[in-house]
Ligand binder design. Structure first.
Ligand code: HEM
Length: 487
């Protein structure tokens, strides 16, 4: 038998057994009274087989349920050791193993990969100083700037709770309260709203992190992935065709490309801002509805990501793969980015619900570097430990603190408040983006708005709000709205 047809190495007998290791001498017939039954409950193997089968699914991700993953490496190509003390970025040539998961956002685990939807681009770096998860999207911005509205955004985009159908009247009703969503709509309704596949799309870390050098000096940073094979998108008509013939076309494209040795590759760039200068900008750099203009904050090359290995098993390396933007390494830290702050909590919380409290022990999620503490036990603790001391400190155990590493030392003071981010500036960036396009791209963008706003359940009031927003983005929009306004 060829190696790939054998069960994993834990199963080292050629004979079938129960999960407890007892021989199974007949897996084709149930144990019955006489040749025709009834079936006996004492057929332990039958019962175990079904009890396991009926529990084969775990809760699907609340968002990004549909996804494909692959493995490879990240290699530093440019020295940025003057900006960060991150060990995995210490010098050109350094390679770090990674696993990447691409996804759609809104629909279920088995939904088509041709729908207009942001795409997830999540990278887990298994560094020598722990895992760094860069959990981004193929758009550089998000619909709302405060995480407290995230569940509402997702509810509005998810299918109607009554009919289970995604409907624009719900999306545009809710987002009419969020003029800041225009910047993300300028990607969503653009051609990039349906990438050709996962290989031909950009990735953005979206949130603002901090790079910390060994002296403690900090810079705000955003991360960007650029595919070396270029960005390609499906037209709306192509998406219908592709989706109609294969609802897993992007997963298949990724898998087949890697299997054929045509390894997908992205270049990693960063943009940085000195926090001392943030007040000089006409937007808040920690506002996740804003991108940082590349003419002011140029892209600086850092490295390359190569995916050269397909996963061996979808369940263990995709379904059980768990990302968390809270996972950073020395040299990379969070900022006060309000969305990021809440994400630091939400992902670990959802993984404990989806996979259990020991999700970080699963091979795909566990660090590949030595690691040690006293957080274990609970459901599915499969770590072998034989120590007698599971507290800290102890005179019987020589474990000690790691060497201290620098984190931002800015002083946090203020009264308790619930505030909007000042400098809302909701219309400039989507307007700049729209004006940068060729006329045919502008036309496709507008026609998608017109189509969405033509949902029969959209009221005159909601439509008028959007028309007002869009004419503030660009007065050029005005001519398009006359037929709609007269409806
Ligand atoms: C406060 C705001 C947010 C919350 C509460 C949130 C929550 C979640 C949750 C619960 C999941 C499912 C995780 C799992 O079950 O494995 C998820 C997945 C994901 N989120 Fe968010 N999210 C937020 C904002 C964002 C933003 C702004 C981005 C874009 C940068 C993003 C990108 C992703 C990606 C790419 C995944 C899929 C990870 C994977 O492939 O497993 N999320 N998010």
């Amino acid at each position: 038998m060829r190696r790939e047809h054998l069960p994993s190495s834990a199963y080292n007998t050629p004979f079938m057994t129960t999960n407890a290791g007892a021989p199974v001498w007949n897996d084709n017939n149930s144990l019955t009274v006489g040749p025709r039954g009834p079936v006996l409950l004492e057929d332990y193997h039958l019962i175990e087989k079904f009890a396991h089968f009926t529990r084969e699914r775990i809760p699907e991700r609340i968002v990004h349920a549909r996804g494909a993953s692959a493995k490879g490496f990240f290699e530093v190509t440019h020295d940025i050791s003057h900006l960060t003390c991150a060990d995995f970025l210490r010098a050109p040539g350094v390679q770090t193993p990674v696993i990447v998961r691409f996804s759609t956002v809104i629909h279920e685990r088995g939904s088509p990969e041709t729908l207009r939807d942001p795409r997830g681009f999540a990278v887990k770096f298994y560094t020598r100083e722990g895992n760094f998860d860069l959990v981004g999207n193929n758009f550089p911005v998000f619909f709302t700037r405060d995480a407290i509205k995230f569940p509402d955004v997702i509810h509005a985009f998810k299918p109607n709770p009554k009919s289970h159908i995604q409907e624009y009247w719900r999306i545009l009703d809710f987002c009419s309260y969020l003029p800041e969503s225009l910047s993300t709509f300028s990607w969503f309704f653009d051609d990039v709203g349906i990438p050709t596949d996962y290989r031909h799309m950009e990735g953005f870390g979206v949130q603002t992190y901090t790079l910390v050098d060994k002296t403690g000096k900090c810079l705000y940073v955003k991360f960007h992935w650029k595919p070396t094979c270029g960005v390609k998108c499906l037209t709306d008509e192509e998406a219908v065709q592709v989706g109609g013939t294969n609802h897993s076309h992007a997963t298949k494209d990724l898998y087949d490309s890697i299997a054929a040795g045509n390894f997908p590759e992205w270049k990693l760039y960063i943009q940085t801002i000195d926090p001392a200068h943030e007040d000089q900008l006409d937007f808040d750099p920690l506002d996740v509805t804003k991108w940082w203009p590349e003419d002011i904050f140029p892209l600086q090359p850092v490295g390359r990501l190569v995916l050269n290995k397909n996963i061996d098993n979808f369940f263990t390396e995709n379904e059980m793969l768990a990302f968390n933007p809270g996972l950073v390494v020395p040299g990379i830290y969070y900022t006060n980015d309000k969305m990021l702050q809440t994400r630091i909590f939400a992902y670990g919380d959802t993984q404990r619900h989806r996979l259990g409290p020991n999700y970080l022990m699963l091979p795909v999620n566990a660090p590949k570097c030595p690691h040690r503490n006293n957080h274990y036990d609970g459901f599915m603790n499969f770590m072998h430990r034989d120590e007698e001391v599971d507290y800290f400190p102890s005179r019987y155990d020589n474990v000690r603190h790691a060497e201290r590493y620098p984190i931002p030392s800015d002083i946090c003071v203020g009264k308790r408040e619930k505030c909007v981010i000042e400098k809302e500036n909701n219309f400039k960036q989507p307007g700049d983006r729209y004006r940068s396009w060729a006329p045919d791209r502008q036309e496709r963008y507008i026609s998608r708005w017109v189509n969405a706003l033509s949902d029969p359940r959209i009221t005159y009031e909601i439509r008028s709000i959007w028309i007002s927003y869009l004419t503030q983005v660009s007065s050029l929009f005005f001519k398009w709205w006359q037929p709609l306004q007269s409806n």
